[in-house]
Structure formats: C-alpha cells, structure tokens
Design a protein around this ligand. Sequence first.
Ligand code: HPA
Length: 273
Amino acid sequence: MTQPVKQIENTLKIIKMKTDMVPKIGIILGTGLGRLVNNINISNSISYKDLPHFPLSTVESHEGRLIFGKLSGKSVVCMQGRFHHYEGYGMKEVTFPVRVLKKLGANILIVSNAAGGLNPLFERGDVMLITDHINMLPENPLRGANDESLGPRFPDMIEVYKRDYIKLFEKIALEEKIPIKKGVYVSLPGPCFETPAEYRMLRIIGADAVGMSTVPEVIVARHMGMEVLGISIITDMGLPDILEPVSHEIVIKAAEEAEPKLAKLVTAFVKAL
Ligand code: HPA
C-alpha cells in the first residue's frame, strides 16, 4: 500500500477526539509563513507528539503542531512544522500529514518554503508564486503499491499549481501593492546548499528557485485531488558568477523579513477563495 490507510484512520481518530472541526483549507506553515499564525483565530492545537504516525521535526526553526482555527472566517488546519527528506525521513513519513489534512476535509493546500533564487531578475526577499516544479529528490512519495482509495496509480501533473489560484493571488498582490514574482521551483535533497556548478545547471534546466521541500507534499496532495497554491520566499541568490556564502541563519533572517507581506497576501487570498 502507498500509505497505510489504517495509519491515517488511527491519526484521524485521535484528532477527532479533540476537535470536530472540518477544515476546508490545509496550510503548511513553511519558512516564511510562520507569522500567519497571528491572523488565525485558533480553536485547537495538537502537538505532533500526541499524533500517532506523525514524525517529529528535527529542525529547530520548525515547531511541531497541528493548529485548527479560522482564517479570514474560513476553517483551516495548519501544519506548524514540516518534515524534510534530509532529516532522514522517508517520503511516506514526510507526506503522511498531508494525507491526514485531506482526510480531515481540506480540499485546498497552501504551502510555502524558503528558496534560493536562480532567476537573475529576482532579489533576496521576493515572494515567488510557484507555477510549476521539477522533482530532483531521490524518491517519489508514491513509490510502492498504490491504494486506489487514496488516489490513482499514475496521477497527471499538468496543472499541479492551480492556475485560477495563481491568477487570484496575482490580483490580490496588485490590490495590496505587494510586488510578486512567478517561477518554477526545483527540489533537491540537501542538506548542503548548491555548488556554483549546480546552481548553473538548475538555471539551465528551467528552474527559477531551488529548495529542499514542498515537492513531495504537493505530489501527495495532487494524488489525493487537492488543489494547490505554492509560494517561495527568495532568501538568497544562487547566481553562480556572483555567489555569496549562504547559511541557515541567512535563510531564516530573509524569510522572517518577508513574513509580514506573505501573511497579509495569504490572509487576503483565503478571504477571496
Ligand atoms: N538552495 C537550496 N535550498 C535553499 C536555498 C538554496 O540556495 N535557499 C533556501 N533554501
């Protein structure tokens, strides 16, 4: 089985003992979206520790809890803390929470990440709407026997990031007078950042931004028929000829600086949905 349905059911059972909310929207509070929590009218929060089959985050900047509440009047469930392949988790562990979000009722997934900019027209601090992705991670979360009750064996990937959401988000950005960029996100395993030669290669193959997350969760979301909005915060520039050193601290600082504008945009987006 792709993802043991029994495990999802076990987790749902525990969640439903704590809340009867049926969230319409799932949000992964990746780097850059942390501050969105302040705009949520929280009704319940459950630590990942208390959820069977949920992995535990090993990255300091990522907390580990599911938050239930209202954002712009809409019922949402947020993952505060997400999982990465580089932490040592298998792809099924990384994506298990997304399966749970969908089974709770969320048909929409909003996901954010920190990314290195590859497009020379980008700048540190930019918000980039993800229009498409390239998967360079070593394992696909759908590998293994497929459970048809979760999704098809061979899901198509022609419109992973919903075009209508991209259009709506662009309209909101215009109204809020916050400039945004659009582009293709490529996911690499990490945890080391890229060499100059790698940054150059990634630009050549068509990517505008590079990171270490998002693609597995989005593949699983699409497998289950969720509609996806993806956003990157450009935290550093990967221009091979003028490369400056990058560190986790630099990434976090740039993401924190961009958080207020992203929180504002996503709050307005959810309102408009
Ligand atoms: N490379 C990979 N992942 C990243 C980067 C980068 O330059 N910046 C933030 N996450």
